[in-house]
Ligand binder design. Structure first.
Ligand SMILES: *[C@@H]1O[C@H](CO)[C@@H](O)[C@H](O)[C@H]1NC(C)=O
Ligand SMILES: *[C@@H]1O[C@H](CO)[C@@H](O)[C@H](O)[C@H]1NC(C)=O
Ligand SMILES: *[C@@H]1O[C@H](CO)[C@@H](O)[C@H](O)[C@H]1NC(C)=O
Ligand SMILES: *[C@@H]1O[C@H](CO)[C@@H](O)[C@H](O)[C@H]1NC(C)=O
Ligand SMILES: *[C@@H]1O[C@H](CO)[C@@H](O)[C@H](O)[C@H]1NC(C)=O
Ligand SMILES: *[C@@H]1O[C@H](CO)[C@@H](O)[C@H](O)[C@H]1NC(C)=O
Ligand SMILES: *[C@@H]1O[C@H](CO)[C@@H](O)[C@H](O)[C@H]1NC(C)=O
Ligand SMILES: [Ca+2]
Length: 512
């Protein structure tokens, strides 16, 4: 089952935009994977980088609470208002529909008054901490395209952490810390998203912006600001998305920053409103959330323009002869060269990087022996970085540079690492960093923690198992650039070379 409603809405908005801003629809939308074109040889396919439309991702997630029985109402409880302990008209009873506050109510359609919300049980074991984890799982890599917005029905928590996982919940990293007092709660300096620059975009900050002001009539939302971060590259009104796409294309760390398989909201201390917790009436302290917004798109490595939700699972509908949930591999008989993600560059249509058939049989060639140039580049498909020349022998084998192997010289011998060709140094502590906590031994190999494998420990172990992980590998060829900590040097030149687009900010923003 596709998500017809969403896509229809998108389509309507899309065509409105199209009508209003003729440029936009044609300009770098990456919404088509291929198109038919007439050439001298007749009708052929032209392949392009493509990606699904961004959509409301809360429709496709699974929510898990820890502790599992933390939702209020079993047994029934009555809660008092934070600002007035004598106002106790908030009743929670899990067995009565009108009085129950199950987790689903964080994701239903809002707009009605009063709002529907999930609520935790109260802080009855004070001073033991009231800790709740709300985990949102997609079982699919998704790319965030808009701010995460959590709307509280209670006061906003005094301490909270937003965490993300990129490996289906095996490991977690913080995304942002939230506290009324960052220094006290997390020994971090308080910052806001305005303090972040291109150079520090990957920094994890603690912010006090969304925790102050306990009176819940006022601001009720806690945000993780995606668009403000995009704006560092795309300009204040995201009018230059080309620049952002260019950055994402060349910088794996940046792409990964906006990519998740799971999110976790760790609620660590409820709103208390005052400096002292009123121990005589703990029914005033609890968490309640009416809405969570997560906007994003399936990550399909630019090889699919639609993502379907079937049997409770999201999967890309892969084109370009790729397969896997994220189109992260070539189809079985299309492994003629190493798999590679599509590219946003060059603007506007990108590069499809399709998978090609295994062996095109004996290389078809013209009778060119008189020219003395047999099997030119396009016939042999030698990898330009891995091979010595663009020629191959009669069975299509290319002559490889040191360290490279495979018929097309697109793979590396053990001890070598793909980095625009095969480089003998596997890891160091600067450019080629072992990932996922691996340690670099003598520049020769990464010692991976359990659960990870691959030259740079970049792969989850399960990818080697039958059936694989639920997600595809991101890339078999991590580039040295992608692991360099000093982003700025890499990012600036690109930002400057990409031309800004002045039209249609509204449409861009909606289709980001
Ligand atoms: C949840 O279950 C645990 C273990 O069964 C119990 O100790 C705890 O009191 C329960 N919590 C709530 C809020 O009911
Ligand atoms: C909290 O105070 C209100 C008003 O005095 C009272 O009705 C309620 O029972 C109190 N709750 C507890 C747990 O003491
Ligand atoms: C919540 O998640 C964190 C790690 O993300 C974990 O340490 C903690 O035990 C989990 N459970 C609760 C109730 O905090
Ligand atoms: C695979 O790619 C070729 C072009 O290289 C195309 O003609 C063919 O239709 C594709 N096959 C599939 C199954 O997508
Ligand atoms: C290739 O060229 C040679 C010499 O010009 C000729 O003898 C031979 O028949 C040609 N082969 C084909 C397949 O055209
Ligand atoms: C082409 O090169 C490969 C690898 O060096 C070799 O195994 C194969 O026999 C060669 N084929 C011919 C026709 O020379
Ligand atoms: C996640 O998706 C994979 C297939 O990609 C499936 O095998 C697995 O059962 C799913 N896991 C959950 C928890 O749904
Ligand atoms: Ca709701």
């Amino acid at each position: 089952m596709r998500f017809p409603v969403l896509l229809t809405l998108q389509a309507i908005w899309g065509s409105l935009c199209h009508a209003m801003q003729h440029y936009q629809a044609t300009w770098g939308h990456y919404d088509m994977c291929k198109s038919q074109v007439y050439t001298d040889e007749g009708l052929t396919w032209d392949y392009m980088a493509c990606q699904p439309e961004a959509a409301d991702m809360t429709k496709f997630l699974k929510v898990t609470l820890d502790p599992p029985n933390i939702t209020c109402g079993d047994p029934p409880e009555t809660y008092c208002a934070l600002e007035n302990p004598y106002m106790c008209n908030n009743e929670c009873d899990a067995n009565t529909d009108e009085l129950a506050h199950p987790p689903e109510l964080m994701f239903d359609t809002e707009g009605r008054n009063p709002s529907t919300f999930w609520q935790s049980s109260s802080w009855k074991w004070y001073p033991k901490k009231l800790l709740v984890n709300i985990t949102l799982s997609w079982n699919k890599t998704i790319e965030l395209t808009d701010d995460i917005i959590i709307t509280f029905e209670s006061g906003r928590p005094e301490q909270m952490v937003l965490e993300k996982s990129l490996d289906y919940g095996r490991s977690w990293q913080p995304y942002q810390f939230y506290a009324t007092d960052c220094l006290e709660a997390f020994t971090m300096e308080a910052k806001t998203v305005q303090d972040i620059t291109q150079n520090t975009l990957l920094d994890i900050i603690c912010t006090e912006e969304y925790s102050r002001g306990y009176v819940w009539k006022n601001d009720k939302t806690v945000r993780f600001e995606i668009k403000d971060r995009f704006a560092l590259f795309a300009g204040p009104r995201l009018h230059n998305m080309a620049s952002l796409y260019g950055q994402l294309d060349t910088t794996k760390n940046l792409r990964d920053f906006f990519t998740v398989t799971d999110l976790r909201i760790r609620l660590m201390r409820p709103a208390t409103g005052a400096t002292m917790v009123d121990e005589s009436n703990l029914s005033r302290y609890f968490y309640a959330i009416s809405d969570i917004k997560v906007h994003g798109r399936c990550k399909c490595n630019l090889h699919a323009n639609s993502c379907v939700f079937d049997k409770d699972k999201l999967a890309c509908e892969c084109e370009h002869n790729t397969t896997g949930p994220d189109c992260g591999r070539c189809k079985r008989s299309y492994q003629g060269r190493a798999w590679s993600a599509g590219s946003y560059l060059p603007i506007p249509k990108g590069t499809a990087n399709i998978c090609i058939a295994n062996s095109i049989g004996p290389v078809i060639r013209q009778n060119v022996s008189s020219l003395g140039v047999a099997n030119r580049n396009q016939d042999c498909n030698c990898n330009p970085f891995g091979s010595d020349s663009d020629r191959c022998n009669d069975t299509g084998f290319c002559k490889c540079k040191e360290g490279a192997t495979g018929p097309k010289c697109h793979e590396c011998l053990p001890g070598y690492l793909w980095d625009n060709g095969c480089k003998s140094r596997v890891c160091d502590n600067e450019m080629l960093r072992c990932q996922n906590g691996g340690a670099c031994l003598n520049n020769l190999r990464c010692q991976c923690p359990s659960g990870f494998t691959g030259l740079l420990c970049e792969k989850a172990q399960c990818e080697n198992e039958a059936g694989g992980c639920s997600g595809g590998p991101d890339s078999g060829a991590p580039s040295a650039l992608a692991h360099h900590p000093a982003l700025a040097a890499l990012l600036l030149p690109l930002a400057l070379t990409l031309a800004p687009v002045l039209l249609g900010e509204a449409c861009w923003a909606s289709s980001v």
